[in-house]
Structures are given as C-alpha cells and as structure tokens.
Design a protein around this ligand. Structure first.
Ligand SMILES: [Fe+2]
Ligand SMILES: [Fe+2]
Length: 501
C-alpha cells in the first residue's frame, strides 16, 4: 500500500489558510479604499495603523503557509463570496460606514478562521502547531482591530445619519470600555492559561482600567465613586509597579525610550497617591480623575503602540509566556503587599456599616503599636484587686507596722476597698475589648483622680501616713494613661476619617 501523502485534515487546514490569505488581501484593499473615502481624522488614523499591521501580517501569513508546507486552492464558493465583497468595496453603492461594516465582518471572519486553525492544529499534530505559531499574533491583532472598528463604525454611522459625531460622554465611554473588555476577555478565555501571552494579560488590565475610569466618571454617588476609585487605585498601581519590575527591564534593550515610559508610570502612581486622600464629593474630584485618566490613557497608548510590537518582534512565544507568568506573579505579590499595607493605613475605607469593624480594627492596630493597651487595663484591674485584698485583710498589721492609729469605723474602709475591687472588674471588662466600655474608662479616670486628690490632700496636711499615697500615685499614673488612651484613639479615628475622604 502506498504511503498516504495527502492527509485530509492537513489539506483542510491548508484551504483555511488560503482563505485567510485571500481575506487578508481584501482587508488591505478595503482599508486603502476607505482611507480615501473617510474624512474623520480618528477613523482615518485608525485605518492607517490597521493597514500597516495588516500588510505586515500578510507577510506573516505567507511565512506560515510556507512553513506549513501543504498547498491548497480556494473553494469556488469562497472565491465568489469574496469577489462579491470586493465589488461592493470598489463600487459606489455603499456608504463609507457600510463599507466599514463589510470590513468589520471580514475582520471577524479572519479572527475566527485564525482561531479555528489554531485549535485544529492542536488536534492534528505538534508540527502543525509549530508551523502556524505566528498566526497567534495575527489573531491577537485582529481581535484588537475588531474592537477598534466598533468605535469607528459608531462614529461613521452616527455621522452619516445625523451629520454629527456620536456622544462620547461618560456613559458611552463606559459601554465602549466594557465592550472592549468583553472582547479581549472573550478572546483570551478560549485559551488555556499558559497560552496567554504577556500582551493578552496587559491588554486585559488596560481595558479594565478604562472601565473603572468610566465608572468613576459616570457615577454621582460618592460612596460608589469611592469604591470604584479604590479599585482603580489598586489596579493601576499594581499594574504599573509590576510592569516596572518585569516588563520594562525585559524590553528595554529593544526600546530606547523606556525611561520615558518608566517616568510616566511613576507620575501616574504619584497622582494616584495624591488623589487617595481627596474627597469624591468635592466637585473638583472628577476633574482630577479626568486628568489622571488622560495621563494613564496616554501612557497605555504609547505602551500598546511602541512596546507591544517590540514584544512580538523580539521575544519568542515561549519568552512571552514566561514574561506573562512573571508579570502575574509580580502582580500577585504586589497585591498581597497592598493588602497588608491597607490593614495598617487604609487608603480608602468607606463609611458603610460593613467597614466600621474594619475601621475599628485599623485603629486598634495603630493603638496597640503605640502601647499594648489591653495590658494596661489588665494590669490596673489586677492592681485594684491586690490592693483591695491586702488593705482589707491586712489593715490592722499595716497600721501597726506604720505605727498609725487603728480605724474606728472599719465599715467605711471595707466599703472603699470593696469598691476598688469592683472597679477592678470594670477595668478587666475594658481589657477584653478596648473598643467598647468607654464609659467605664471615663468613670475610672474620675475615680483615680479623686483617689489621688483625697490621699494627697490628707498626706499634705499630715492626716495620713505617706505610705497610702503610693496607691494614690499609682491611680494618678493610670488615670493619665487612660486619658492618653482616649485621646490617641480619637486622634487615630480622625486620621482614618480624613484619609477616607
Ligand atoms: Fe504601563
Ligand atoms: Fe500597561
């Protein structure tokens, strides 16, 4: 039996590749035609960029086909279908926006074809996978183009229908950003984690940033703004720092303006840090957010325009995957660090009830860093108990030792020391949760200052042996400590409130 040279599956893939090449040529033609017909600057610029990438991708496609090594002809039906589209594009029956719609459909078709070939190659064999590996970058760019085209279609369509540019207000921007994000995520989730390249990961982050900005700017509820800004703060900071740790050093040999990118990142982080103490209810807040958004967007644009192609041109797909893994690890570390820092100095806790325990926890940590307050209250409780018991039980011996008169009405001293013991129980309760029972602390302050005053007065006028003043001084000391405690705590709480707004 002769060796089977023709594998049906391989031929089918070859046909799909041939179709991709035909579609790629048609995409280029459409872009060239549209550039002559479209007046809008942003759409024109977008088409220009797309054309450059598509021309380069045509070369990539050629390489893939050569590497693949199996040739196939286009199916007649496909040929006719593409011919029809070509005549529509070259003709004058369609408006520019209608032609752009045809172009967008072609892009979709191209994206799907690339994705299907990629998946099919996984089934057919490792050699096929290797041969078609560069398709991955084409697929990636096509997905991005699809998202961009949605925006251009909107502009041209609305312009043709109304003679005006569409509303690019905050609501529209939110929807655009969410659409873009869904597109990116949708394209990425079809791949396994280790197939995700660094550009996929970065692009997902960038799109999420757009959404968060749109959410912050589109909201009027200070609580919601605070929530979104909190997320934005964390996401952008972590993303930027992880890029500085992993991405920029890896790419700096291929990009001589890397310092500029690093400076931009530092600037954005500086702005973020400044803004975290601002009050979202302040009318200037949104203007500041918009300023931040412009800085971030400008930076992202430069990154996607300059660094993305350098990733693709200089790093192997293996290196890109490694970079993606390292980037994700760096982010995860930074997120952990942020979480820890948050526990000590929260950047944006809110005033909702769910956060009040969080606030309490924060200042508790702050307070205990100053002095272990729990121990202070425990100590005073034990001192009260020991003092009460010794003075109650040992009153007679103490007076003998001090050579002072025995008491006439012992019931009074028993009442006093009984109260000292009971107040000790109160301090113990305070020590169990120093965020509660402020009233007991205040009562303790009055009691301790009174004890000292009375004892000091009688010692001063010689009515009392100075030995008794020892307990008065102890009370005075703890009285001062209790005052200090309440003062520091109120201060810490005020600090957190200011940070929060
Ligand atoms: Fe960046
Ligand atoms: Fe980035």
């Amino acid at each position: 039996m002769p060796v089977e040279l023709e594998d049906a599956k391989r031929t089918a893939i070859a046909m799909q590749l041939a179709e991709m090449k035909a579609v790629q040529n048609l995409l280029i033609l459409t872009e060239q035609r549209l550039m002559n017909e479209v007046n809008d600057d942003s759409v024109h610029q977008q088409l220009q960029n797309m054309l450059e990438q598509d021309q380069k991708n045509l070369g990539v496609l050629d390489t893939v086909m050569i590497q693949y090594g199996v040739q196939a002809e286009l199916k007649d039906a496909v040929k006719q279908n593409l011919e029809r589209t070509r005549s529509l594009i070259e003709g004058s029956k369609l408006t520019p926006s209608e032609k752009l719609l045809q172009h967008e459909l072609l892009k979709h078709r191209q994206t799907m074809a690339g994705l299907i070939i990629h998946k099919a190659a996984q089934i057919v064999g490792a050699d096929v996978e290797v041969a078609i590996a560069p398709l991955h970058t084409i697929n990636f760019e096509n997905r991005a183009h699809q998202e961009q085209l949605k925006g251009s279609l909107e502009i041209l369509g609305v312009l043709e229908l109304t003679g005006q540019e569409p509303d690019q207000g905050v609501q529209a921007r939110t929807e655009d950003a969410i659409t873009a994000f869904t597109g990116v995520v949708g394209s990425v989730v079809t791949r396994t984690d280790d197939e995700m390249s660094i550009r996929d990961v970065l692009l997902m982050d960038h799109s999420k940033t757009d959404i968060l900005f749109a959410e912050v700017l589109g909201n009027n509820d200070p609580q919601k703004i605070r929530e979104y800004f909190g997320q934005l703060y964390q996401d952008v900071k972590v993303h930027g720092l992880a890029e500085e740790q992993v991405l920029y050093p890896a790419l700096s040999p291929y990009y001589d303006q890397m310092q500029e990118i690093v400076d931009q990142t530092d600037h954005v982080i500086e702005l973020l840090n400044k803004m975290k103490s601002f009050n979202p209810a302040n009318p200037n807040f949104k203007a500041q957010v918009e300023q931040l958004r412009l800085a971030v967007r400008g930076h992202i644009d430069q990154e996607e325009r300059d660094i993305f192609p350098r990733i693709k041109d200089n790093l192997s797909s293996e290196q890109q995957k490694t970079l993606a893994t390292d980037f994700k690890a760096a982010k995860s570390n930074l997120q952990e660090q942020q979480q820890e820092q948050k526990t000590f100095s929260p950047p944006q806790p809110s005033v909702s009830p769910s956060n009040s325990s969080y606030q309490a926890k924060s200042w508790l940590i702050f307070m205990n860093n100053t002095i272990p307050w729990k121990l202070v209250f425990q100590t005073k409780a034990v001192i009260n108990w020991i003092e009460a018991v010794i003075l109650l039980v040992g009153d007679r011996w103490i007076r003998e030792a001090l050579n002072t008169e025995p008491l006439v009405n012992t019931e009074y001293s028993q009442l006093v020391y009984g109260l000292v013991f009971i107040i000790g129980i109160g301090y113990w309760w305070v020590s169990q949760d120093i965020t509660k029972n402020d009233a007991i602390i205040k009562l303790g302050i009055y009691a301790q200052f009174s004890v000292f005053t009375v004892l000091a007065y009688h010692t001063l006028f010689g009515n009392l042996h100075p030995f008794y003043l020892v307990s008065g001084v102890i009370d005075l000391t703890f009285g001062i400590l209790f005052v200090l405690y309440l003062y520091l705590r109120n201060h810490a709480e005020e600090n957190i409130q200011t940070k929060e707004i």
